[in-house]
Ligand binder design. Sequence first.
Ligand code: ZN
Length: 156
Amino acid sequence: MLRTKTEKEVVHALGRGDACSVRRDPNTLRRWAAAVEHDAHNALDGIWSLAVDDSYVLTVRRDGLREQVLLDDMVDEDSWPPDAWAPKHRKITLDLEAAEAVADELLEVLRLRDVSWPSCSQHDQPVSHCSAEWICSGSPVHQVALFGALQPPNTA
Ligand SMILES: [Zn+2]
């Protein structure tokens, strides 16, 4: 983990900054937006769509609802443990933090619009998320589904 900075400089020198720098990759955000869109579709009424454009604008749509959120274009490295940026974890951390960013914003849009996200059927706890998983904080804390695999509430 002490080598992170050096690695970044090397990566820039090689001209592969996009793959490894701390700038978010719109394609990674789009991949997670598609997964979370699938989950919104399964978990909520109506036809949902989530899209991320190259300017980092996330657009959430359902029928009359259209909400646009400007995502940060840079990764907030400090919100992850330093070890997450060690060379062997860096790629997965970048992937998971993109997943978190998309899910955070969707849940925020739903909260502002008073749309409730499903609860865990076992514990009657609202389903939250951690990294790229939907989790229930009931006792015990457990995974409900990976992003992209959330089932409709009545079948969960
Ligand atoms: Zn539960």
